[in-house]
Ligand binder design. Structure first.
Ligand SMILES: *[C@@H]1O[C@H](CO)[C@@H](O)[C@H](O)[C@H]1NC(C)=O
Ligand SMILES: *[C@@H]1O[C@H](CO)[C@@H](O)[C@H](O)[C@H]1NC(C)=O
Length: 264
């Protein structure tokens, strides 16, 4: 099937039994060709490998045809499959329920976010969408219409637990000093890990500010969304000599170590 030894060992780490199951292996071949690469199948396997127990001809293909009726292309279905593998093999009634829930929160079938909304709603279950919206309204102090807009931009905010959401918003508002309204308009901020992304980047900005190396406040969203490489290039590499230890402290923070508020 063209797998490398490394890919095979990663596969066996997830499903040790696969070495005894020729049926599973032949199903795996179907998913590799459907998604286009082993890596994409691996992303799905990490979430669930239930689909390898399902008959491809009898169960999976009819499900794919069923999803196509909602305007999803093979490419959309492949993406959905990586985000929520169980959605590909769901009873039609449950699929209909998830689709109508997405439409109810204002995400039409022809929008680019549709597949992401389906994955997100599947993950939290349609019955919990209302309570999650209310939680967002409460935490961010915004109206129902604003929450609707935020969800349309970034459906995964529905997927945050109360605890996680409260902690992220609290950090962004109290430590970073952002307005709740700023967050509502950039909901993907809430999709980043607080310990591995938001805290380390804020730490670097604060250190540079404290040392007088950054004159103007940077737009926090623009800083958070930068790739790792671009962030190093803009905020770490130029200060190697003037702030020794900054890069190391940043790397340690990204690995989960709590950084000081600024470097001494
Ligand atoms: C999709 O798969 C499930 C099995 O998990 C099955 O019950 C359902 O009938 C399938 N859907 C279609 C449209 O065949
Ligand atoms: C949603 O959250 C669940 C756990 O609450 C997690 O397993 C799942 O990967 C999340 N889905 C996405 C697409 O972020």
């Amino acid at each position: 099937m063209g797998l490398t030894p490394l890919q095979i060992s990663r596969l066996i780490t997830i499903i040790p039994d696969i070495v005894f199951g020729s049926l599973m292996i032949s199903r795996l071949a179907f998913y590799i060709s459907f998604l286009g690469s082993y890596e994409k199948v691996h992303a799905a396997l990490k979430r669930s490998y239930y689909f390898l127990n399902q008959d491809v001809e009898r169960v999976v293909k009819p499900n794919i045809t069923f999803l196509q009726q909602y305007g999803l292309t093979d490419c959309d279905i492949g993406k959905l499959f990586q985000l929520a593998p169980r959605m590909i093999i769901l009873e039609p009634e449950r699929v209909k329920e998830i689709v109508s829930c997405a439409e109810k929160i204002g995400i039409p079938r022809d929008s680019l976010m549709f597949k992401h909304a389906l994955a997100s709603i599947y993950n939290i279950s349609p019955g919990r969408v209302n309570s999650r919206s209310n939680l967002l309204m409460k935490t961010l102090g915004c109206s129902e219409a604003e929450v609707g807009m935020a969800v349309r931009r970034f459906p995964y905010i529905l997927n945050s637990t109360e605890d996680r959401l409260t902690r992220s918003v609290d950090f962004l508002v109290r430590k970073v000093g952002l307005e709740p309204n700023y967050i509502v308009h950039r909901p993907s901020l809430l999709g980043y890990s607080m310990t591995r992304r938001l805290v380390p980047r804020h730490f670097v900005l604060e250190t540079l500010k404290a040392k007088g190396l950054m004159k103007k406040d940077k737009d926090f969203y623009a800083v958070v969304t930068k790739s790792e490489k671009a962030f190093h290039k803009m905020f770490l590499d130029p200060y190697k000599a003037s702030v020794p230890g900054l890069t190391d402290a940043y790397v340690a923070a990204c690995a989960g170590q709590v950084p000081p508020s600024v470097l001494p």
